[in-house]
Write a protein that binds this ligand. Structure first.
Ligand code: OGA
Ligand code: MN
Length: 234
């Protein structure tokens, strides 16, 4: 199994915030979030893994996708690597995506609204599962057609604090023929049983970072996601 997720760079390249269409991401009333977060918590508690289609509305997903696309058009995505520090390597045969690490203070309204929403989710999950979730780090990810990410764990020596992985898909009109599934191995890496998730816009997947090896299968189209990790206190 390939090891070592990429981690946020110590210094992010400074540049102007992405230009965003105006809109109100995550504008539903709090109780609606509460119901979704409760359901997600219950599924996580039962299985260590939860898949929630429609976590965001198509309009909300559209705002984040526009932000990601504008950021990439501005040249601010970088090839994702594996490992950290001296062991950092760009290895497209292991991992073919490019990423942009989010910065709530600089990335505009859609990203700060997403961060606020994740703060609500963090509190809801801590109240139910006592995971001690503390911080949150996240990047936009773009897989060009044909790119993949080999089997890996998100918690590894390079990122020992990662506790809950949370992936939100940003793709519009995804069809089954586009593929690009996230394959999550439920017992052993590379073996059945597994669970496949299509990267349809608005679907959110959450799983315990140290428990589930997973991989991204190649897609026929550009594949966009917002991938983040809740970390425990150092
Ligand atoms: C990752 C990852 C899954 C996906 O970035 O570590 O596993 O479906 N992403 O994009
Ligand atoms: Mn991963």
């Amino acid at each position: 199994m390939e090891q070592g997720p990429s981690v946020p760079p110590a210094d992010r390249p400074g540049s102007a915030p992405a230009v965003l269409p105006q809109g109100s991401l995550c504008s539903s009333p709090e109780p609606a979030f509460g119901v979704i977060h409760e359901a997600l918590g219950a599924e996580l508690e039962a299985h260590g893994l939860a898949v929630v289609p429609g976590f965001l509305s198509p309009a909300e997903v559209g705002l984040l996708r526009s932000c990601a696309a504008a950021t990439r058009a501005g040249g601010r995505f970088r090839p994702a690597g594996v490992g950290r520090g001296p062991s950092f390597r760009i290895r497209p045969e292991v991992r073919g995506d490019e990423v942009y690490w989010l910065d709530a203070g600089r990335d505009g309204h859609a990203v700060s609204a997403w961060m606020a929403r994740m703060e609500g989710l963090r509190a809801a999950i801590n109240a139910r599962l006592f995971l001690g979730l503390f911080g949150y780090e996240a990047h936009f990810s773009h897989y060009p057609p044909g790119a993949s990410y080999q089997i890996h764990l998100d918690r590894f020596a390079d990122a020992p604090l990662r506790t809950l992985s949370v992936v939100l898909y940003l793709n519009r009109n995804w069809r089954s023929g586009d593929d690009g599934r996230l394959r999550i191995y439920l017992e052993r890496a590379g073996c059945r049983p597994w669970r496949d998730v299509m990267p349809a816009g608005g679907t959110l997947v959450a799983f315990l970072s140290d428990r589930f090896p997973h991989e991204v299968l190649p897609a026929a189209r550009s594949r966009w996601s917002l991938t983040g990790w809740f970390t425990r206190r150092p």
